[in-house]
Design a protein around this ligand. Structure first.
Ligand code: MN
Ligand code: MN
Length: 295
């Protein structure tokens, strides 16, 4: 067995126990800020590190929502809540997501995303085309009467890198690559009752350092050093930095770093037709005959 499999299995175990402990709180009237903070805290207690901030995206919000420190959002009755969790051990990242559904009218939507994931995982093996997996996801979701979100996709995971340069689409695509043995991928079908694609909004809660840069001020130097030493090139939450720096000054520094290309920001992604979105995600390693599913 490859040495790295042990790290992946450990990261998967850490996510499982972190979510297991928090599950009972993921329900109406709970503040999503508290859910995110407790899951991230548990990941660290268990010996891992968050690979990215816990995303808690509700209803038509598809992804990239991680509450800031002053976020008072609580889960409401009939919300559809996606919880997307990433943890790494020694740089080996597990990326996984579940939908907690409190709307009895949308049970089938959530089931469609789950079924699409199961069928996609069953399709994985070395030399299969990524477009074939997209086709399986698309057909499964459409057969249940919903649309896949076409501009969100699964992705190759590399050590300390969340997006390793190859995708697993959620729809059939003409151009695609063949999966290789021992590659690790996150597969993440999104199903919606809306238009089937997301738009990026100008609300920025998650950022990532993309290149090193000479700071222009003492504060900028402090912020950059903090990001580099704490998160390296993995995504971080605005909330994490809000605990260390004065929020208004931090906002200015981040805007400047984005403008100069040192940091990239991920706008909250909302379904184009404001349709509710369900998501399910797992991480697998490709083998000759199929795959190893970690979570
Ligand atoms: Mn994810
Ligand atoms: Mn992912």
């Amino acid at each position: 067995m490859l040495e790295k499999i042990r790290y992946y299995k450990e990261a998967a175990r850490i996510i499982k126990v972190s979510l297991e402990e928090e599950k009972r709180n993921i329900k109406p009237n709970t503040r999503i800020l508290d859910i995110a903070e407790r899951i991230e805290q548990k990941i660290i207690e268990e010996g891992g590190k968050p690979a990215f901030p816990v995303n808690i995206s509700i209803n038509e919000v598809a992804a990239h929502y991680s509450p800031s420190l002053n976020d008072e959002t609580v889960i409401k009755p009939r919300d559809v809540v996606k919880v997307d969790i990433g943890a790494h051990v020694n740089g080996y990242i597990i990326d996984s997501a579940w939908t907690f559904n409190f709307n009895s009218n949308l049970k089938e939507l959530v089931e469609a995303a789950s079924l699409a994931l199961e069928k996609a995982v069953d399709t994985v093996k070395a030399k299969v085309r990524s477009g074939k997996i997209g086709e399986v996801i698309e057909e499964t979701i459409k057969s249940k009467g919903f649309k896949p979100v076409q501009n969100l996709s699964g992705h190759l995971l590399k050590r300390y890198s969340l997006h390793g340069g190859k995708s697993i689409p959620n729809v059939k695509t003409f151009f695609s690559h063949r999966l290789k043995e021992n590659e690790v991928y996150a597969i993440e079908p999104f199903a919606t009752v809306g238009k089937g694609y997301v738009k990026e909004t100008r609300k920025y809660l998650i950022f990532r350092l993309v290149k090193k840069m000479e700071p222009r001020s003492k504060l900028e130097e402090k912020v950059l050093n903090y990001i580099r030493s704490s998160y390296n090139f993995l995504p971080f939450a605005l909330r994490w930095l809000e605990k260390e720096f004065e929020p208004q000054l931090l906002d200015l520094v981040l805007k400047d770093l984005v403008k100069r290309g040192a940091v990239e920001r991920y706008g909250v992604l909302v379904e184009a037709g404001k349709g509710v979105v369900a998501q399910r995600e797992t991480t697998i390693m490709v083998t000759k005959q199929g795959c190893v599913r970690f979570i």
